[in-house]
Write a protein that binds this ligand. Sequence first.
Ligand SMILES: [Zn+2]
Length: 370
Amino acid sequence: MIKKIALIVLLICLSLGLFSPGLVRADGELVVTNSSAEMDFPMRLIFNVSAESDVMITDIRLCYVVNRMEHVNIFSEIYVLFVPSTSVTAQWVMDMRKTGGLPPGSDVDYWWQVTDAGGKEVRTTPARIEIDDNRYNWRQITEGDVTIFWYKGDNSFASELMEATQSALSRLAENTGAELENPIRFYIYANSSDLRGAMIYPQEWTGGVAYVRYGVIAIGISPDSHDIEWGKRVISHELTHLVVHQVTFNPYSDLPTWLDEGLAMTSEGELTLSFTNALAEAWNQNSLISVRSLASPFSAYADESLLAYAESYRLVEYLIDNYGRDKMFRLLNTFKEGSGYDEALEKVYGFDMDGLNTLWRASLETVAVP
Ligand SMILES: [Zn+2]
């Protein structure tokens, strides 16, 4: 959609004759003789331009669009610093520490607007720079809308991960009716230190990152068999965040955290022991976290966050088991319309978050271990 809009803008500009593709300059002409961009991954994107005219070149602007899901399609315009002359070479560096990182697999469209002292103006044809992590030799496999890139491990390693993504997608569709709307890409780094090398501000614990607006997920998974089970769970989890994000994308509101994380957790498969233990303990000590508190971002403390994820899983499971997939699909669509948390639940299920809290806890009374 975004690329379509960008294309339409380009076509309009072309039809207005705003671009000058020429490199050879005739007398009196203003010409852009060079336009290029290079990526110094992951820190910098460098844009270069050269232009010539009979009179002083007085103004150079770089325009660029980062292609990602946006609520409005905007481009950035940069006034480039240079010394006015009849022959100019200039550069602008996008410093990712200031703009935020661009993930591998993303791309940026850019063009230049150059003006001389005679009032002549030239705009270059938009060009696209693809952001690649060229520190590695990536291989790729595609199935449906999912492409996996990897560089360490054999084909069966990648196939196994692909299988996990496909079953996570079918599980999600079965549970919620939600399906991928745009293609997505996984970048599988061989370990978390390689992955950290792809990030601007890596944190020690980073095992995976979902760049939801770009449809890109980067994860460190070693091809050894011990890691792959963990990897399959992470892939299913992050994939679900992307699908849910695509399905509910709107400028007004987000999802309550328990719903977003609960859907991601159910895609992984059954709850593992550490989660069920956290849940059983909180249940016995009457210290469950309320649904309303779980609507906000989760605690960073490990114990509390284990419990928050476990409860989210059970809440989503409760809604799906008792009210079905169609209502879950309606709930997601209600959020897409920009509905508030209580409002959306009320509309689809007839109870708000406190109501859900009461009903869900009552349902736990009937099972021996929650
Ligand atoms: Zn998550």
